[in-house]
Write a protein that binds this ligand. Structure first.
Ligand code: HEM
Length: 717
């Protein structure tokens, strides 16, 4: 097969990651409404089928202790545990564990078997139950069937049918490697954004310890760094690890490197997508991680066995039968577990380096001791952390489906209040539009504020967006990209308009600041289009409400902060991330906004025409009539009468000169110049630069703009 362009020119900007945002990849078609299908599911029947399946051991993959529960918990945890707060990508949504690279990660050994065990249930319920939901539900029902009461479960994860190539997994080219480039300053410690794991191909940390050495201190450090990046604090981290490892065992009857076949993506055709072939005649025991043993004597029962064993015994490191570091109790006074496949045998409990690390870290140990003394607190903490782990990437409460969704709305769902007033209708919108037009807010101010509010949205975990008007709350109102001083003035004016309007109403109709901000953008664009000779109406759907500071977890909003924003021509700085160029960061942002290549292109060109740039900079505003919605940006960018020259060493700023006179005409950044340099972007820019391109440009800009303003509107049908 021929090489792709990316393979010929590895440094080519990857705009192809945006193609998934346009492509029709779902075999159920564009009109498929998974939420509606899921709501019609006989949910109790699914859970009952799962409970039955848990104990129905198959010869082709026999259940340990006659119960698949622990295996399913590990599967659910590994599907959700890839989530990272930095960019909201990965996680359980999409059922990505069944696609590469996750399907073949060294950490996911034998989870292909777990998913195959679930296949009859998936086929039975078809379109009503996605793989993403089924994988998570299986973990939940597993806990339930082993005596643990969970907080609940929400469905709503729509399956992907293609790997998400926008996920940056790290710089290494070998599995299970850790390179210095993974960390800020090249030193083990602070991971670079957007990463959350220290080892390529592992969900989190190396179970044997950093770099495969049984170093408990280093291990605790890694655990803290990574679980924080999954949005978990110390208590949640301990609850999750202790809760999870209350069940099941680790598998290392022998060395995986010597006895396991290739991973699914590299396995021969006849394996039909199953990997890690294992010859049971040669090695009768199971091999997964290469570490061997249960954590306690009751591996299919919720109890205090893990914590009691960990705290109640001294542990020392040894190489186990699989050749990996693990920890053995000092002395023999520990209750042995039954053999996983043969009850007449017994096996001594063990611990992983990461388990022992919890005991050696003072803060983690304090949590363990508190849990040991208060089993109910342990139960409560694990139940809540487990629910958060599995649902953290699902966005606002409107997306949580099914009868088992708890009544409580969690702070990590970024709740917005329901309107307790009448929402504005056509007449009120017209009245507000005229108040906005009469105010002294400039078009650029209105466009930038609406953009700043709406463009925090991330399609990865459905967080952010204009709804809630969190732009007026910390931390957003202080973000550099939002130009805090100017923002304060703009918000002040909007608040005055809001007060004037709301005070004047006696019929219960009120306007939220969130709606007003989006409306301001609409009015500005319509005015700018009219000045360019186009009579357009920018769609507007009212109904946004304003969240309070109490409904906002300030810390959890930090990762939504734009470090750079190509749309506003905001370069920012101090990236500490794995992206090399400004344009990569722009494409990354465009992907999080679920934009296609034409949508990204038209938005940049339009915002430049509107003069909506960071600090009102003239950079990239390649027009003599800013504030008018012309296609000048594209016309001038592609015009051969001009030539370009970098102005700084990093080649971030460019000057555009008249070829004949050599006179400087404009300045621009890499965010601008890339649309002339990259052949796919230039091909799109060509369309808008053409003599017949301006009407198309205005129409497409309005569509793309409205799409961004509505990205977070899960409250609408
Ligand atoms: C520092 C974090 C963690 C590390 C390093 C770790 C490591 C491991 C390893 C190496 C295995 C053995 C796989 C095998 O050989 O079969 C395992 C199994 C397991 N893990 Fe974890 N784990 C971590 C956190 C968690 C969490 C948060 C949960 C769930 C809440 C969990 C649940 C399980 C379960 C249930 C098993 C048993 C699977 C079975 O019996 O087949 N683990 N873990």
């Amino acid at each position: 097969m021929t090489w792709s362009n990316q393979e010929w020119w590895p440094n080519l900007l990857r705009v192809d990651i945006l193609d998934d945002n346009a492509a029709e990849l779902d075999p159920y078609g564009a009109d498929f409404d998974y939420a509606e299908e899921f709501e019609s599911l006989d949910f109790e029947a699914v859970k009952s089928d799962l409970r039955e399946l848990m104990r129905d051991s198959k010869d082709w993959w026999p259940a340990d202790y006659g119960h698949y529960g622990p295996l399913f918990i590990r599967m659910a945890w590994h599907s959700a545990g890839t989530y990272r707060t930095s960019d909201g990508r990965a996680g359980a949504s999409g059922g990505l564990q069944r696609l590469p690279p996750e399907s073949s990660w060294p950490d996911n050994v034998n989870l292909d078997k777990a998913r195959r065990l679930l296949q009859p249930i998936k086929h039975k319920y078809g379109r009503k139950l996605s793989w993403g939901d089924l994988i998570v539900l299986a973990g939940n029902v597993a806990l339930d069937s082993m005596g643990f009461e969970t907080v609940g479960f929400a469905g709503g994860r729509v399956d992907e049918y293609k790997s998400n190539e926008a996920v940056e997994w790290g710089p290494e080219t070998e599995w299970e490697e850790t390179s210095p480039e993974r960390f800020e300053n090249g030193e083990v410690g602070n991971l670079k954004d957007p990463l959350a794991n220290t080892v390529m191909g592992l969900i989190y940390v190396n179970p044997e310890g950093p770099y495969g050495e049984p170093d408990v201190e280093g291990s605790a450090k890694n655990i803290r760094e990574e679980f924080e990046r999954m949005a978990m604090d110390d208590e949640e981290t301990v609850a999750l690890i202790a809760g999870g490892h209350t069940f099941g065992k680790v598998h290392g009857a022998d060395n995986p490197d010597e006895h396991l076949g290739p991973e699914p993506e590299a396995a021969p055709l006849e394996n039909q997508g199953l990997g890690w072939d294992h010859d049971f005649d040669e090695i009768p025991g199971m091999i997964t991680s290469g570490i061997e043993g249960p954590w306690n004597d009751t591996p299919t029962q919720w109890d205090m066995g893990y914590i009691d064993n960990l705290l109640g015994h001294e542990w020392h490191s040894v190489k186990g039968p699989g050749g990996a570091w693990q920890w053995r109790p000092v002395g023999d006074d520990i209750e042995a577990a039954p053999g996983a496949q043969d009850e007449s045998e017994t096996e001594q409990p063990m611990m992983l380096t990461t388990d022992v690390a919890l005991k050696h870290d003072d803060d983690y140990r304090a949590v363990l001791e508190r849990f040991q003394e208060n089993p109910e607190e342990f139960h409560e903490a694990f139940a809540r952390a487990w629910y958060k782990l599995l649902h953290r990437d699902m966005g606002p409460p409107e997306r949580f489906l099914g009868p088992d969704v708890p009544d409580e709305v969690m702070i990590w769902q970024d709740p917005v209040p329901e309107a307790d007033y009448e929402i504005i209708g056509e007449d009120e919108i017209a009245e507000l539009e005229s108040l906005i037009r009469d105010s002294d807010l400039s078009r650029a101010q209105r466009v930038k504020t609406a953009w700043a509010a709406a463009s925090t949205y991330r399609d990865s975990d459905k967080r952010g967006g204009a709804n809630g008007a969190r732009i007026r709350l910390e931390p957003q109102r202080s973000w550099e990209a939002n130009e805090p001083e100017e923002l304060e003035t703009v918000l002040g004016t909007y608040e005055e308009i809001q007060a004037e309007f709301n005070d004047s109403r006696e019929d219960g109709v009120q306007v939220s600041l969130a709606d007003l901000i989006v409306l301001g953008g609409k009015v500005a664009i319509e005015q700018a289009a009219a000045d360019a000779g186009y009579d357009v109406t920018v769609p507007f759907e009212p109904g946004r409400t304003d969240a309070t500071a109490e409904q906002t977890d300030v810390e959890s909003f930090e990762p939504l902060k734009p470090k750079a924003d190509g749309f506003r021509n905001y370069i920012g700085g101090n990236y500490d991330d794995l992206y090399d160029t400004l344009e990569e960061r722009m494409v990354d942002k465009a992907d999080l906004l679920n934009l296609t290549v034409p949508e990204m292109t038209v938005l940049v060109g339009g915002m430049r025409a509107l003069g909506a740039t960071y600090g009102d900079s003239e950079r990239g505003v390649l027009t003599d009539s800013p504030g008018t919605l012309t296609n000048d940006f594209f016309v001038n960018l592609l015009d051969m009468d001009y030539e370009w020259e970098p102005l700084d060493e990093d080649e971030e700023i460019f000057v555009i000169r008249d070829r004949e006179t050599g006179d400087a005409k404009w300045e621009a950044t890499r965010f601008d110049v890339i649309f002339g340099a990259h052949s796919r972007l230039r091909a799109t820019a060509d369309v808008y630069a053409a003599d017949d391109g301006e009407a198309e440009f205005v129409e497409d800009f309005v569509d793309a703009w409205s799409k961004v303003m509505k990205l977070d509107r899960y409250d609408l049908d």
